[in-house]
Every structure is written in C-alpha cells, then in structure tokens.
Design a protein around this ligand. Structure first.
Ligand code: ADP
Ligand code: ZN
Ligand code: ZN
Length: 753
C-alpha cells in the first residue's frame, strides 16, 4: 500500500517538497507532503503550486520549487505541509526559472522574491480565479440620448460617447481612463446607465488581428527598425532603439506589437513610473481594440490579480505597466518592450533590488523572444552592448513628422550677475518668446523655496536632527522640511548659536523661482509643477490642461516635467543650472545629468515652431558639456564610455554594494570591517581577485536616525563577483554581529547613496 509510505519518502519516490517560503533567509525549505497524501497525489504536485506550511509558530504560504528524493535535513526533522492550494501551477516554468535566477543573481531570499512578485491576494492564499467583471452600460433610455441632451454636461457626454463606441465601460478602467466619478453617478441617477456583472472574458474570443487600426506611414529609419525587430520575433534578440525625443519610437513599438498580435501572441510593455499616464494608455487603446491590461499603482488588490490572471491566461493581448509588471506571466509571450530604458525607476532601490531592464533581458532569453530597449539617451551599459554588437543598434536620427529638433546653446554665466538664478540675457529671451505668444519652460531640479537656511553672522546652517542633511525652506507652508525623512519644523526666527536674526535663504528652489517670475512677469501666468504642487489627485491634470490650452505662460518644473509630456507651444526651455549634476561625486553624475538635460530639451518645439534650449553654466568651455551641445548625446556618451573604460568603471567592471545601517554610530563600519575580512579570506581561497573598497561612511552618513556605511566590491569579471557573493552572503546571515545592524546587498547598484 503506497499510502503507508507517504511520510517516509526516502524509501520509494521523490517526495520532499522544496519550497520558497517568505522568510529573510537566503535558502529554500524542505517539507513532507501533507499528512495522508497518497503517492498518486504527490505525483501530481508540480513546481509553481502554492503550499501552506507551518513555519516556527506561524503558518506561511510558500511556492513549490521542486520535488526531491532527499533532503539536507534528516527526514525525522521535516514537518508535513498543511495544504496544497493550487490544482495547477500558478506560474509557467519560464517565470519560475526567472524568479529563481534573480534570487540567485541579486543575492535575495528566494521566498521574498516570490512574495514581492506575486499579487497580494495570491500571497495571502486566495484562489487564482478571475472574478466576473462589473461594467457600465447604456440603459434603454440612455441609448436614445441625443447629442443635444447632454450639451451642458460635457463629462457625461464623453462617457455616453465612449459607451456608444465600446459598448461597455469596465469599472476597473474608470480611474485609468480618468473618468469623472460624479458624472457616472449623475448618469446612473438619471437612469441613463446601469451596472452589469459579466462573466470573466476568455482567451481568443475577440480575434485580435483585425482589431488593429491602421498605423502611420513609417519613414525609412522607422521602417527599417520595425522590419529588423519583426524578423527576430521568433527568437531571442535584444534591440536598442536609439532615437531622439519625438523621432517616433512609440510608433515603432505600436507597429511591432501589431505584428506580434497578428501571430496570436502577447506583448509586454514596460514604461517608467512617471510616464504611465492616461495619454500613454490612450495611444495604445486607440490603435488596438483588443484587451489591454494596465498595471498601475492605483489598482485595487482584486483588480491587480485580475489583470495578472488575464495576462497569464492569454486573455489580455497587451500588458502595460511599470517596473514590477515585468513579473507578469504571459501565456503566449511575443515581445518585451522597455521604453526609456535608461530611466532610474526601472531599478528597485530597496528590498529586492532588481533592475527590470536587466531581468527583462534574462526573461526574453528564457522565453526565447525579442526585447526592445528604447531611449533618446541610452544608458552607457546598453550603448556599450549595442556598440560591441551584442544588441542590434537601431537609429532614429530625425524627428518624425514636421518638427525640427531643438537647438541647444550654452550661456556662459561666469561674468554675469545673476538675479535669483537668471542672467539678464536669459530674462530678455524669455520676454521675447512670451511676446511672440509662446510658452517658456524653466527647469530647476529642486523643489521648495531654498535648499539652505544660513546665519549670515556665524555661518550656522539649519540641519535635520535625524539626517546628515540640510533642511529645505518651504515658503508656501512656511516651514523647514527634510527631503530625506520628511521631518518638518517651524522656520527658525533667530540663530540658535549666536542669536542673530540675520538668517538667509541660500540657493534656489521652484517656489523661489515662482515668486521671482511672478514679480518680473506680472502679466504672465506662472505655473509651477513639482511634487508639492501636485499632491492631490487631479492637481497635475489641471496644471497640464492649462498648459495645453496653449496661451503664453511660464512653466517652472522639476524632473516631473522632463518625461513623457508633450508641450507643443513651448519654444524656449531654460535650464538654470547644469553644473551641480555634471560635477557631482557619483561616477554616474554626468551620464544622468546629460540624460535629464536631453529629456527636458526634448519637450520644446514639437509642433512646427522650432525650439530653443538655453543652458546656463559657469563651465561653458568644459569638454563634456561642449560635446553634448555641439555633437549630441551619442557623441557625448561615447566619450564618457572611453573614460569609464580607462577608469575600469561599469560597464567595464561590475559592482556590488554592501550597505549597513544602525542606530549606533560605530556598528555599521565595525560590521563591514568584519565583512571585509571574511570577503578577503574567501577571495584568497577562491582566487576570485575581487577588489574590496571600504568600509566607508555612506555619502549620506545619517538618515532617519540611522548611521550608514558601505563596502564596495568590484571586479572586471561578473562570475568572480557572483561566486564571492554567493559564498559570502550565507556567512553574513549567520554572523553574530549581523543582528546589530541592518545590512543589504545591492548588485549592480545605480545609486551609490
Ligand atoms: P517618441 O516616442 O520617439 O518620442 P513618438 O512616437 O511619440 O516619438 O512620435 C512623435 C510624434 O511624431 C507623434 O505625434 C507621432 O504621432 C508622430 N509620428 C511618429 N511617426 C510618424 C510618422 N511616420 N509619420 C508622421 N508622424 C509620425
Ligand atoms: Zn549665527
Ligand atoms: Zn531628515
């Protein structure tokens, strides 16, 4: 009787369940099958199923990775699992493989990787079933409405028109399409619309190929990009689509996706956090009348689960989302597209510190499909791979349609007297553009009024009591605020050291620029777009709507404005200060600043009116800036690559950053000194030759009341670095002083803070 042997697996068959369990440990856990499981039942278990297990005094939900014949733990010590939650694996094997690969590569606990990647409801043990959908529909009276009837209620009319065209409005799409809830309520109250419950849609009902609208006629470079990518759809290939802002990259994506849909396959599109806007989604919806699952941050848990399942079950043809959407399973994967591949939001900066771009490439390889990385300002990593022939390098050099690329110009301010950051020449130019009825964008990447409050008599500076950082002065709410821990306090009236009342606001922030420009341009509307002015849900839309009306205005913005938006009436972009970023200590400072400058510059002159970009600098003769302005980003990036090669920095070497933090000032450095020793020993044993630098205090030594230090590991060979980390991390987990600090590993760190 096989049943009798069910709990003595070593005798008969592979019946140890190896699981990823949400725990902070970098290892898997073995269990016996649930009590009373027959050998037939055990044989039906498959990797990718969820299993409820006892864990210490708790019960947790783990994911089955494999069935093993033997455990590293003696069988007597193994506990039986409590329950298997799925009849079929939740995930296809390719995604299981991706999850495990990334746990290993990023040295992150596998249980936590699964935990981070699964929708919350699945982590909590809910059934992997799609619920019915709730949709709005026109009622009989609603169908008889004429255009006249809703003349005075444009938002209601929009909804009625949408329903006429599409038949139904998914409740979950209401936020995504930015539809007014009060207009819906009004329509319902009048009996014009009703809500209905529909069964979940199934795959393949719609037939996708004919649901694609005609695209634009491509120019030669677009044509060549599309045909190169389409020729590679049936195998793994990475393409870098290197095209200036407005060159028609999105049109290339759309036409590639059309080809993928025609093959009956699905497309996964990743965009930076900041550009997942209703406008982006609208562009896809206009082109494709098929099912599009959008994974945005405002989804409820059940909407998120539904989107995930629609993708997995092949119901959604297109999936669009930010970083974490990379982990959405697809039934028939056809293409992976990552727009603005250089964007830092593709790298997760805490917890499971992965790069969605790098894992995207791994995923494409696992699923044997092509991946397209698009950017106007490719990261040096991707550019290097394209130049060395690992990726195909597709260029879009001109702007699509009519518009001309903006002209960049450096404005040397070395001998200029600046008033609130503006040279006289710049103010004059702004006046001229406004007088011609155009809009002007002023870019300054710092919110608040001023970054520093200083005593003019003794030099005291207002600092955060929790961080090694200065407090930013905010004028609108009249307080000091720390931009690192969000601590706030009233503005000091006098200096706490010398009692002087002579306190000065030093440096420039968006609020200060706003105040100054309102005085200088009394008749012109001044609009400020930063995190503070767009806190509430519709703030940004209201501001952008006003800009889009096209009347002359002054637009002040931080990097929030730099991406994804089109401002056709802006003809002058003024960049107040390019120097801080270009000369920062971070080795990626120049790269990131140049990317940001080019992105901001790309906002100008999109519709016929030629744009002009003025960059104020005290380093106008600096070689790097010169190259950027006269020869463009491509030439600039190549010269930066040569510098990196000479210095042996990424992409010519590989880094891992070990960070530690603690309440006590000494603990982080002491812990890392021990790590250094351990790493040194392993290095010697394995002959890996990894360089170990530090420990050093972090660039920001104290944050949120915790002291911070870091240790950098560097190697020209990735495998050597990986080997060392794989041996090192378990030792650290077991190390006794690892309990007095919080530590983490960041493989391929983007930010050295
Ligand atoms: P990018 O994604 O590179 O910034 P977009 O795809 O948004 O560029 O294109 C910029 C503008 O040019 C859009 O208004 C788009 O409709 C238009 N456009 C793109 N390709 C073409 C084309 N082949 N012919 C005419 N207009 C085009
Ligand atoms: Zn003082
Ligand atoms: Zn602080």
């Amino acid at each position: 009787m096989p049943e009798q042997h069910a709990n003595r697996p070593h005798e008969a068959f592979a019946a140890i369940l190896r699981l990823a369990v949400p725990s902070p440990l970098r290892r898997t856990f073995d269990y016996l099958p649930p009590q009373g499981y027959s050998s037939t039942q055990v044989a039906e278990l498959k990797p990718g199923m969820r299993v409820r297990v006892p864990f210490g005094s708790r019960t947790l939900i783990g994911v089955l990775l494999s069935l093993e014949a033997e455990s590293t733990v003696t069988v007597e010590k193994l506990r039986p699992a409590l329950e298997v939650l799925d009849a079929e694996p939740l995930l296809p094997p390719s995604l299981l493989e991706l999850y495990l690969w990334s746990a290993q590569y990023y040295q992150h606990p596998p249980g936590d990787v699964f935990h981070t990647m699964l929708p919350a409801l699945l982590r909590q043990g809910n059934r992997a079933e799609r619920p019915g959908r709730k949709v709005w529909q026109l009622s009989e009276t609603g169908q008889q409405l004429t255009d006249e009837d809703l003349r005075r209620a444009p938002r209601q009319r929009e909804i009625v028109e949408f329903l006429r065209e599409h038949g139904a409005l998914d409740k979950s799409a209401v936020t995504e399409l930015d539809i007014s809830a009060s207009a819906l309520i009004a329509l319902q109250a009048n009996g014009f619309i009703v809500m209905e419950e529909r069964p979940p849609p199934v795959a393949g009902v719609q037939g996708t190929a004919h649901a694609v609208r005609q695209g634009l006629t491509l120019n030669a470079e677009q044509e060549s990009a599309v045909s190169t990518i389409v020729a590679c759809l049936d195998h793994f290939q990475c393409h870098l689509l290197d095209g200036i802002t407005g060159s028609g990259k999105t049109e290339v994506y759309l036409q590639v996706i059309a080809a993928v849909l025609a093959q009956g396959r699905q497309a996964l599109v990743l965009v930076p956090e900041i550009s997942l806007t209703p406008q982006t989604i609208a562009r896809f919806r206009q082109r494709f009348q098929c099912r599009i699952a959008v994974l945005h941050s405002r989804l409820t848990d059940s909407e998120r689960l539904n989107a995930w399942l629609e993708a997995r079950d092949g119901v959604a043809d297109i999936v669009i989302g930010t970083r974490s959407a990379l982990f959405t399973p697809l039934q028939r994967p056809g293409i992976l597209i990552l727009d603005e591949e250089h964007d830092s939001s593709f790298k997760q900066q805490d917890g499971f510190r992965y790069s969605a771009r790098d894992l995207g490439i791994v995923r494409a390889r696992t699923e044997d499909i092509s991946i397209v990385l698009g950017s106007a300002t490719p990261s040096l990593e991707s550019l290097h791979n394209a130049l060395s022939g690992r990726y195909t390098h597709l260029h879009l050099r001109g702007r699509a349609g009519e518009a001309n690329p903006p002209a960049l110009r450096l404005l040397d301010t070395t001998h200029e007297v600046l008033t609130e950051g503006f040279s006289g020449i710049l103010l004059q130019q702004m006046r001229e553009h406004l007088a011609r009825g155009n809009q002007v964008l002023v870019f300054i990447n710092r919110r608040g009024f001023a970054p520093t409050l200083q005593c003019a008599d003794c030099g005291w500076v207002a600092e955060c009591t929790h961080c090694a950082a200065r407090m930013t002065l905010h004028r609108t709410q009249a307080h000091l605020r720390c931009h690192h821990c969000d601590a706030r306090r009233p503005v000091d009236r006098f200096c706490p050291l010398c009692k002087s009342r002579n306190l000065q606001a030093l440096g420039l922030g968006t609020q200060r620029i706003e105040q100054f420009l309102e005085e200088q341009f009394a008749d012109t509307r001044v609009l400020r777009v930063d995190r503070d002015s767009t806190r509430r849900k519709n703030d940004l839309d209201v501001l952008l709507n006003e800009v889009h009306q096209g009347k002359p205005c002054l637009l002040i913005g931080t990097q929030m404005l730099a991406k994804g938006h089109h401002f056709p009436a802006v003809t002058l972009v003024a960049i107040l200060d390019a120097d801080a970023g270009l000369f920062s200590a971070d080795f990626r400072g120049q790269e990131h600043t140049a990317q940001l400058l080019m992105q901001v510059a790309g906002r100008a002159g999109r519709a016929g009116a030629p744009g002009e970009v003025v960059i104020q600098t005290r380093h106008a003769s600096h070689q790097t800036l010169q190259t950027l302005v006269t020869e463009g980003y491509g030439a600039f990036a190549r010269s930066l690559l040569e510098e990196r090669r000479a210095a042996g920095m990424p992409p010519f070497s590989h880094l891992a950053l070990l960070r530690a933090e603690a309440v006590s000032a000494k603990a982080p450095e002491e812990f890392l000194a021990q790590v250094r020793e351990l790493a040194g020993e392993l290095n010697a044993q394995m002959g890996s030759g990894v360089q170990i630098l530090g420990p050093l205090p972090s660039p920001m030594e104290k944050r949120h009341n915790r002291f911070r230090a870091q240790l950098l590991l560097q190697s020209p060979q990735r495998p050597a670095l990986q080997q060392l980390l794989t041996a090192l991390c378990p030792l650290l987990e077991a190390h006794k002083s690892s309990r007095s600090v919080r530590w983490s590993v960041d493989v391929d760190p983007q930010d050295m803070i």
